[in-house]
Ligand binder design. Structure first.
Ligand code: UT7
Length: 331
């Protein structure tokens, strides 16, 4: 019997209708369109405004889009993983609610949290279930309602983040397409540079903390930036070397969309031309767990069976890594 690999066989995506432009941010904090565009590459981001709707709303919409496009029966899905840094609620799994709402009634489900690397790590986890031979349909969703933890008076964070969701289906493949290799890392000494300090188990929220915005995201942008540039480029090089790939073999770089300058630096380090770098940061900003599947969704029509995709991400924790995947279908 040939080896089973884990291939992506369908994608879907969703972003909310509400558009928060750089111009609108000019009225909210001391910033301007030119600064945001040149320093980050972002022009606008989407915000989920509906009262009482959390990350599951984005996850459900993205999954439904995948189901509609691919025509799969949700009852055939065996596992639903929701990669997210902004679960709906504490103590109740966002994935369980999502799975039930999309009709995946025969599935088990769990959330996976690794900040901006959640989806990348999720790809690794989803692939292991498929490669084991025990599971045939694993739905991996990356979704984040970042606006729920952003202080819209803090120009260091509010200009970057947006809300969105994306989904991919993993299925077994016997043509050696799908996930080929991965290089994943973490370093907990980085957590002081990017965190929402209050509201977790270390420091439960207090009225005082909320008044001081300490339940919302703080970041030392410069330090995060430097670490992201170094580590994303480093792992991308490692994954190429380890698989004897040269730049010519790479069809696409699928990099976490946190800052265009970080993505450009990673592409430059592996000497990849601009046309092979997936980019949609200008439309959505940093949607945390949703950036990678939203890229796949936006670029799906350009992807060809056998294309070599190099994924790379970096996020809070710190967490980071790179994955090499062979695309499995023509759309
Ligand atoms: O997904 C993983 C998590 N996040 C990231 O990967 C984000 C990583 N960091 C970044 O993307 C960048 O560090 C930022 C976009 C957050 C900031 O860009 P920067 O080029 O590192 O700016 P900076 O913090 O070094 O600030 C440069 C200048 C400063 O002014 P002075 O001291 O030179 O006069 C800031 O006060 O820009 C000023 N500044 C702003 N000006 C207008 C900082 N933020 C803004 C702003 N609008 N929003």
């Amino acid at each position: 019997m040939s080896k089973i690999s884990a291939a992506i066989t369908a994608v879907g995506g969703y972003v909310p209708d509400y558009v928060l432009t750089n111009k609108m941010l000019e009225d909210m904090v001391d910033t301007n369109d030119e600064w945001i565009t040149t320093r980050t590459g972002i022009k606008e981001r989407r915000i989920l405004k509906e009262e009482g709707q959390g990350t599951s709303y984005l996850a459900i919409k993205a999954a439904q889009n995948l189901i509609d496009k691919s025509g799969i029966n949700p009852k055939d899905i065996e596992l639903v993983i929701v990669a997210t840094a902004t679960p709906d609620m504490k103590a109740a799994s966002t994935s369980a609610y999502t799975a039930t709402k999309i009709g995946a009634t025969n599935a088990f489900s769990f959330d996976l949290e690794a900040a901006c690397s959640s989806f990348l790590y999720g790809m690794s986890v989803a692939a292991r279930y498929i490669e084991s031979g025990k599971y045939k349909k694993v739905l991996l969703i990356g979704a984040d309602k970042n606006s729920s933890m952003i202080n819209y008076e803090d120009r260091a964070t509010c200009i970057i983040f947006g809300d969105g969701g994306g989904a991919v289906l993993f299925e077994p493949n016997e043509e050696d397409l799908g996930l080929q290799d991965e290089f994943l890392r973490s370093d907990g000494s980085g957590r002081e540079f990017l965190q929402a300090t209050y509201g977790g188990s270390s420091y439960p929220s207090t009225p005082e903390a909320i008044k001081d915005h300490k339940h919302q995201v703080f970041q030392d942008g410069k330090t995060v930036f430097k670490n992201a540039v170094f580590n994303m480029a480093d792992v991308a090089v490692k994954i190429l070397d380890r698989n004897n790939l040269t730049t010519k073999d790479v069809s696409w770089l699928v990099a976490h969309q946190a800052n265009k300058r970080i993505i450009d630096a990673t592409a430059n380090r592996i000497e990849l031309e601009e046309e092979k770098v997936m980019m949609n940061i200008e439309k959505y900003g940093n949607t945390t767990s949703a950036t990678l599947p939203l890229l796949l969704n936006d670029y799906e029509s350009q992807l060809k069976k056998g294309d070599n995709l190099i994924f790379a991400a970096f996020g809070g924790g710190f967490t980071w890594g790179s994955i090499y995947l062979k695309w499995a279908y023509n759309s």
